[in-house]
Ligand binder design. Structure first.
Ligand code: FES
Ligand SMILES: [Fe+2]
Length: 438
């Protein structure tokens, strides 16, 4: 980046507020695609989506079209979805099986599933032309680096940059807990995700994941109504809440509940709500599950795993996971004011199916386009995207429980209503926009 651009990015982030341009400016968005997304580790997909050789999915990091494929040696590869001949996208389906090789639909150049060039029709036309010295001869390009962490595949587009472990550090403990909840230590994706287009900037969704002062307000009309109907229902004393009510009622918890649940932040923009307890803490036990966990881990370790009830863990820049209910939400940027939200659910291998039914119910109730809850948030984001166009004010405030001299290089555990995690995200945003972790 030029010095002038550096100065411009620098000027957008202050310790307690961020300039509206970070959400609204197409130029800032373009710079995110060029500088932020390529230099960090971004989620691509789960390896259970490609169980067999030749299975692939299409994905993207920032605005870059990618595919993830299982090669003949069983390893996962992440490649740019682009023919080295004239640029045609090699595959366009969201998922499929390509067999032993990819074949470009334009002129039938073919590639092994690790991207290497396999064959070109009428190849003699290239004899003596120096094809081997061109980019095209290298085949489909791979991303700069990839890492499969317990089934979760991440990639960094840039060939050089921060390492996987260094980028995520202790934050990986949330992924560990989600996977450890399987008696077999393995998750698998269930079905296709719920996809929901939002007319707002992707960062609004990421910030919302640790925004604990909004549920009792923004969700009052949905969750509040459900709770009131349940309370007013004629029922015998001590009637247990049905599963749907167990899911929705905690959204109406008072401020004190969210203050006490705690927020933890880690370096590089990662963090989570629900350090001490969370809205997922009081779900009723599902018969047979604890027993299956004890069989694998022993009673103490099983209790330790299930006692961890983290709420939302943000993996900067753009995913969130919910360990206790096995979900992953991917906030995929499409434009400064357009974001595609994918909400995925996982099966805990070796656990009763009822757990999968509960996570599917949660996804439908909270995250679906037809959800009772998700559209409350959507309305707030879209109102904010429109409201930020107002010229009377230029800054967005993120200073709740701000402390002088905050050091985001250190892990911290704080009152659950702090906006420190949002500040942590913007600290990482600025550093990577300006050229990396250093
Ligand atoms: S563009 Fe792919 S073979 Fe020509
Ligand atoms: Fe919400």
């Amino acid at each position: 980046m030029t010095d002038a651009l550096d100065d411009r990015i620098d000027a957008l982030i202050r310790p307690q507020q961020v300039h509206r341009d970070v959400y609204t400016s197409p130029e800032v968005y373009r710079l995110e695609m060029k500088h932020l997304f390529p230099n960090v580790w971004v989620y691509v997909g789960h390896d259970s989506q490609t169980p067999n050789k030749g299975d692939y999915i299409t994905a993207q990091i920032g605005d870059q079209p990618l595919l993830m494929v299982r090669h003949s040696d069983d390893q996962i590869h992440v490649l740019y979805n682009r023919c080295p001949h004239k640029g045609t996208k090699i595959v366009i389906d969201r998922a499929g099986n390509t067999g032993k090789f990819f074949r470009c639909p334009y002129h039938a150049w073919s590639f092994k599933t690790d991207g290497c060039l396999l064959a070109i029709p009428l190849k003699k036309g290239y004899e003596g032309t120096g094809l081997e010295d061109t980019e095209a001869a290298k085949g489909m390009a791979a991303v700069g680096a990839m890492h499969n962490y317990r089934g979760f595949v991440f990639a960094r587009l840039a060939p050089e940059g921060i390492g996987f472990e260094e980028f995520f550090g202790e934050a990986l403990s949330s992924l560990d807990n989600m996977v450890d909840r399987s008696p077999q230590g393995r998750l698998s994706v269930v079905g296709t995700p719920l996809r929901y287009l939002h007319k707002c900037n992707w960062k609004m969704l990421v910030e919302n994941q640790t925004d604990t002062c909004h549920p009792m307000v923004a969700h009052e009309s949905s969750a509040g109504t459900a709770v009131r109907i349940w309370e007013e229902m004629d029922k015998p004393e001590g009637t247990p809440k049905p599963p749907a009510m167990e899911i929705i009622a905690p959204f109406m918890s008072p401020y004190e509940f969210f203050e006490n649940m705690g927020i933890r932040t880690w370096p590089n923009g990662h963090g989570h709500t629900g350090v001490h307890h969370s809205i997922h803490s009081d779900y009723s036990a599902i018969p047979g599950y604890f027993e299956a966990m004890v069989e694998t881990y022993g009673e103490d370790r099983a209790r330790e795993i299930l006692g961890e009830n983290r709420h939302n863990t943000v993996y900067f820049p753009n995913i969130m996971i919910k360990g206790p209910i096995q979900q992953l939400r991917n906030f995929i940027p499409l434009a400064a004011d357009r974001t595609l939200v994918e909400s995925w659910i996982f099966r805990l291998e070796g656990a009763p199916d009822e757990l999968t039914a509960r996570t599917a119910m949660y996804n439908r109730m909270i995250n679906a386009p037809t959800s009772m809850v998700g559209h409350d948030d959507l309305e707030m984001y879209e109102r904010a995207q429109e409201g930020l166009m107002a010229d009377g004010l230029e800054w967005v405030n993120i200073q709740r429980l701000y402390e002088d001299g905050e050091d985001f290089g250190e892990e911290a555990v704080l009152n659950g209503t702090t906006e420190r995690q949002m500040r942590n995200q913007f600290d990482a945003w600025k550093r990577f926009m300006l050229g990396g972790a250093a």
